[in-house]
Ligand binder design. Structure first.
Ligand SMILES: Nc1ncnc2c1ncn2[C@@H]1O[C@H](COP(=O)(O)OP(=O)(O)OP(=O)(O)O)[C@@H](O)[C@H]1O
Length: 587
């Protein structure tokens, strides 16, 4: 959808509201110009001594009063019908944005900082709301006022109208120049707001580190730098506004002077009546408001355009073709208990020229326990992120039975493959809720929650909490220890069955004994389910059917624990070293 289609889509969506608003706005503006017309007639009757004249005068006064009172009600209605579409559009777009962000692949989120997204959803969307609400209201008011008022002036005196619009034309020329200049500045302003929001988000997620490492002065300086750039941009916009708005105001005042001077001259020459000059003056006063509103309309328009651009960059982002398809139930059944096969997998990150994984091949048949051991940076997490299609793997390298995973939607793949990552993410909710979030829409009984708590060796810790599993874990699980966070995320993953569970270094923060118990509990539950455990520790992998030893992105050895002790020097040395550590820890 291009920008024009986007705008017309939302105007059509609220068409009836906009049409009603237009009727009310037009009526208000029509009443506004009619009132001076009746005042003019009333003034011209003041000197009329006849009783018919008095009656007529009274009638005009009543007409003016009724018009003025009805204007109040109609103006309220015009605001309701013109402003509501803005709110409706904002709510609809928030829903669309969240839905879209949920469906976009992780590669998109890696490129787009969360702080930027938050800024778009708040600031830019606010601009879009004003565009479809207050912008429409004020623009309609300006258009009707600036077209009806001169027309009514023309009906009194075309000559005086022509002279009096000269300053207004001059005001418009200045306004147009300022409008052009502001356009660029509004784009810059929104971009700087997004950058600041992204940076703040960045700093806030590392606030503990910032405090403990005494990095606050550096952080403050960085934020201040960005804040100053934002302020400078805002000041430039304000400077233009404070120049343009008074020019329009002066143009209006000049117009009043012209009306008084020329009109007075025409009055003396009896080319105008006192009522007509009074009405003319009222019209020039009426023109002041729409002229001042013009500046605001311009700001709303430009912010709206920038906001629509930002919102569209997200809404128009492409979702990979295969992610739009969903497996039928029959196909899902066929893939149950499938073998995951990795065939000559090589992977390099888009921003890097060297391959991180090189020519890796192995199978994970149903019920198999696979371990991956490797030094820091050997490519273990990259391998995991290829298996669960978090990364865009090359076609023809990973299959679920005969189905290439690049031809499946990621949501379908995640029905079979569940990953517990090394950075457990917990929501600001209770222990129980954090576990239940793992069930999607499925029904989960209390006993199931208790079972996974026991399996992940967290039940003991939770029973010691004052509120048990109803304890709030705080933002990102701040109230829990590293090991408790890891075990809670394991409990969440174990709640709903998956054909393959991948555990990427999730036992690093628990002791050897707990690690062993968790794995034993997990293995006891395995039937046709398979598990892939990534670890630095040999102790976590001893009981695996097969262990892959990864070095510089290559599988340098594979086999069971006993086989590897004989065939792989790296594996043997790592095991021996860790044996000493384990013994030392036990002493
Ligand atoms: N997003 C990325 N872009 C570019 N290179 C990356 C990216 N993520 C990881 N790498 C690089 O890929 C290599 C392997 O990283 P990976 O995280 O897979 O290793 P790992 O074995 O899991 O390490 P660790 O044990 O420390 O978790 C590293 O050299 C790393 O710098």
């Amino acid at each position: 959808m291009n920008k024009r289609q986007f705008i017309s889509h939302f105007f059509r969506l609220n068409l009836s509201s906009y049409l009603l608003a237009l009727v009310f706005i037009f009526t208000v503006n029509w009443l506004q110009v009619e009132i001076p017309h009746f005042i003019q007639k009333a003034i011209d009757l003041i000197d009329d001594p006849t009783s018919a004249g008095h009656e007529q005068l009274k009638f005009y006064v009543w007409v003016v009063v009724i018009m003025a009172v009805s204007m109040i009600g109609i103006r309220i209605l015009s605001r309701v019908y013109a402003l509501n579409p803005g709110r409706i559009t904002e709510a609809a777009l928030k829903g669309d944005l969240l839905h879209k962000l949920n469906r976009l692949p992780n590669s998109y989120h890696e490129k787009f900082a969360s702080g930027k997204l938050i800024s778009i959803i708040n600031n830019d969307l606010n601009g879009v709301r004003l565009f479809f609400g207050a912008g429409f209201l004020q623009l309609s008011n300006v258009v009707f006022a600036l077209s009806l008022t001169p027309l009514w002036m023309w009906r009194i005196s075309p000559e005086l109208t022509l002279y009096s619009v000269i300053p207004i034309v001059f005001g418009f020329v200045v306004f147009r120049m300022g409008f052009k200049r502001m356009k660029k500045l509004h784009v810059e302003h929104q971009r700087r707001l997004q950058d600041l929001s992204a940076q703040l988000m960045n700093f806030l997620s590392g606030i503990d580190l910032i405090k403990s490492q005494k990095m606050s002065p550096w952080v403050s300086a960085e934020v201040e730098k960005m804040n100053q750039l934002l302020l400078r941009c805002r000041m430039k916009i304000t400077r233009i506004q404070t120049f343009v708005m008074p020019v329009l105001d002066y143009a209006n005042n000049l117009m009043k002077v012209l009306v008084l001077g020329l009109g007075g001259y025409m009055l003396l020459n009896q080319n105008l009546t006192l009522g007509e000059i009074t009405a003319f003056l009222s019209y020039s006063v009426l023109l002041a408001l729409p002229l001042m509103q013009l500046g605001r309309v311009a700001t709303i328009y430009q912010r709206g355009m920038v906001g629509i651009d930002s919102v569209q960059t997200i809404l128009n982002a492409e979702i990979p073709e295969q992610d739009l398809q969903q497996h039928a139930d029959a196909d899902r059944q066929k893939l149950r208990r499938a073998t995951l096969s990795v065939r000559n997998l090589s992977y390099q990150y888009p921003n890097d020229s060297r391959p991180v994984l090189k020519d890796i091949s192995f199978d994970i048949p149903p019920g198999k326990k696979i371990g991956v051991l490797g030094s820091i940076g050997s490519g273990k997490t990259t391998l995991v992120n290829c298996l669960n299609h978090h990364l865009d793997v090359p076609a023809g390298s990973i299959f679920l039975n005969e189905t290439d995973i690049t031809e499946m939607s990621r949501s379908d793949l995640r029905r079979y493959v569940k990953t517990v990552t090394q950075d457990p993410y917990l929501f600001s909710a209770t222990v129980e809720e954090n576990i239940r979030f793992g069930s999607g829409d499925g029904e989960v009984s209390k006993s199931q929650v208790e079972e996974v708590l026991a399996l992940s060796q967290l039940a003991g810790d939770v029973s010691r909490f004052e509120k048990g599993d109803q304890t709030l874990v705080g933002e990102k699980g701040i109230m829990l220890s590293g090991g408790q966070k890891q075990r809670l995320s394991i409990a969440r993953a174990l709640l709903m069955p998956a054909d393959l569970i991948i555990m990427d270094n999730v036992l690093s923060a628990v002791d050897y004994e707990t690690e062993r118990k968790i794995l034993q509990g997990l293995f006891a539950r395995l039937d046709t389910q398979s598990v892939l455990v990534v670890s630095h520790r040999v102790s976590a992998l001893e009981y695996m059917d097969e262990i892959l030893v990864l070095k510089d992105g290559q599988v340098i050895a594979s086999g069971s624990h006993d086989e590897l002790l004989k065939t792989s020097a790296y594996y043997r040395e790592t095991w021996q070293l860790q044996q000493y550590e384990e013994e030392a820890a036990a002493c």
